[in-house]
Write a protein that binds this ligand. Structure first.
Ligand code: ADP
Length: 481
């Protein structure tokens, strides 16, 4: 790995009850070149139980602090992360592959949740409601829910953590985090900085190892009151079922299948820019990445031509190399899924307009690809490809495209481009999605509630709504007045 300014950020043990602990067991590799970056423990149920018990012990003292006090610790954590952003981005690109500029952007984005919830901690208020009796008062408190388990994916090794952990800690909860096995080093560097920021032992725990064993404890231990998960819909359903046994709250951010609709009254150049941003960011490996591009008849050919010109200019390579905007995919499996989707589309009549195969760099590099003649019966119309493939569908009417866009079990992000004001509202309201980008391909910010409907999830992260997920309402009836 490239040298870090502060090599002590590179931690390779689980962080439990304020201690880094565990024997080296599992290799962490760089997806761009196969380099082994380090070894982390293979912890399981026993260590997960210790971590939950530590979080449970730390809960009451942490929750009892004033919000302003918790806020100050979060703020210090934010500042330490910003001061270490180059090192953190270096660790992130090394284990995840995304271009270094994108990694820096992710660190800033991840830190923004900590900054925001440091502020929001102080604004979690209760209510005094009009009472049903003259001699009573109705008081409503918002209290922290308790120990929070967070299970996160590899595509945003920093931001998916802070989006859960920051609001949880701000609300007064303590946390046991299980990061993705592909990207534990970013998570552990964040834990190191959290310790330096002054979070008490047990407040944040990071456990690395066997997902199924750890997940089993996190979803069944009676002290865990909320399980927050970002990842595949399949695993989300498993965790939800497991959490039912102890009636935990589950906050899920699952897969998407984002449509991107270009109407014939759109600014075509802007639509092409938006399509590139929403399709090719992180090599197509985000849950809000465009998965289906629908273009209206009249502008179809012009859009495709401009799209091909832009996509063919995307430079592929190691995330640290100058000018690279497309790194490797995360694993060989990810490449195989992309190949399967393309082969299925071709067999059903689609055509390759650009790319379509592994990149000459080898490893897990794939050529940025544009397909035309794509139809709803193809695999890539029905599930997330999670790779650098832009499939273009042709449509005629607004009703037809809304029906097609909504014909999926998922409902995370949707995008459309139009310059017609009436259409903006009409289409936005009819799209069955938690988030809609109108004339923009970039929607993520800590200031807005991020989340999906249908099988894409049941919670929101970001904004003032995001912290309320980690609180419980308590109603106190004060009588005899
Ligand atoms: P992805 O395809 O992004 O890897 P997953 O849903 O498989 O999505 O993984 C997201 C996170 O869920 C990772 O941290 C992974 O280790 C974890 N995970 C996968 N399976 C389980 C499970 N059965 N129990 C708990 N966590 C799991």
């Amino acid at each position: 790995m490239r040298a870090l300014t502060d090599p002590t950020l590179l931690r390779s043990q689980s962080f439990i009850d304020g201690q880094f602990t565990g024997e080296a067991a599992l290799a962490v590799t760089n997806p761009a070149n196969g380099e082994i970056l380090g070894h982390v423990p293979n912890h399981g149920a026993a260590e997960a139980t210790i971590a939950v018990d530590a979080a449970a012990k730390a809960f009451h003292p942490w929750a009892a602090r004033t919000a302003k006090d918790r806020s100050a610790v979060l703020r210090r954590w934010f500042e330490l992360i910003m001061a270490a952003r180059t090192d953190l981005a270096t660790i992130l690109t090394s284990e995840q592959g995304k271009p270094f500029a994108e990694a820096l952007g992710e660190i800033d984005y991840a830190a923004s949740y900590i900054e925001f919830y440091a502020e929001e901690a102080k604004r979690v208020a209760g209510e005094l409601l009009p009472s049903h009796r003259a001699d009573a008062r109705i008081m409503v408190l918002r209290q922290p829910i308790g120990v929070v388990a967070a299970i996160t994916p590899w595509n945003f090794p920093a931001a998916m953590i802070t989006r859960k952990v920051a609001p949880a800690l701000a609300a007064g909860c303590t946390v046991v985090l299980k990061p993705a096995p592909e990207t534990p080093l970013t998570a552990l560097a964040l834990a190191e900085l959290a310790q330096r920021a002054g979070f008490p032992a047990g407040t944040i725990n990071v456990i690395i190892g066997d997902a199924i064993a750890i997940g089993g404890v996190l979803t069944s231990h009676p002290k865990v009151r909320l399980v927050g998960f970002t990842g595949s819909t399949e695993v989300g359903k498993i965790l939800m079922r497991q959490a039912a046994g102890t009636v935990k709250k589950v906050a899920l951010e699952l897969g998407g299948n984002a449509p991107f609709i270009v109407f014939d009254d759109a600014d075509i150049d802007a639509a092409v820019e938006g399509a590139i941003l929403s399709k090719f960011r992180n090599m197509g490996q985000t849950c809000v990445c465009t998965n289906r591009i629908y273009v209206q008849d009249k502008v179809h050919d012009a859009f495709v031509e401009k799209l091909i010109a832009k996509v063919s200019a995307l430079k592929v390579g190691d995330g640290f190399a100058e000018g690279v905007v497309q790194g490797p995919l995360i694993t060989e499996d990810a490449v195989e899924k992309v190949e399967t989707h393309i082969a299925d589309a071709l067999a059903k009549g689609a055509e390759i307009a650009l790319g379509g195969k592994r990149h000459k760099l080898g490893q897990t590099f794939f050529e940025p690809t544009v397909l035309t003649g794509v139809t709803g019966d193809m695999q890539l119309a029905q599930e997330e490809t999670f790779g650098p493939v832009a499939p273009v569908f042709r449509f005629t009417t607004e009703d037809e495209v809304i029906a097609a866009a909504n014909a999926t079990e998922t409902g995370l992000a949707a995008y459309f481009y139009s310059q017609n004001a009436a259409r903006l509202f009409r289409v936005m309201e009819r799209l069955e999605y938690g988030m809609v980008g109108i004339n923009t391909g970039l929607i993520s910010t800590e200031l807005a509630p991020f989340g999906g409907v249908k099988e894409s999830g049941n919670s929101r992260e970001g904004s003032a709504h995001g912290i309320l997920e980690f609180t419980e309402l308590k109603y106190a009836c004060v009588g005899g007045l």
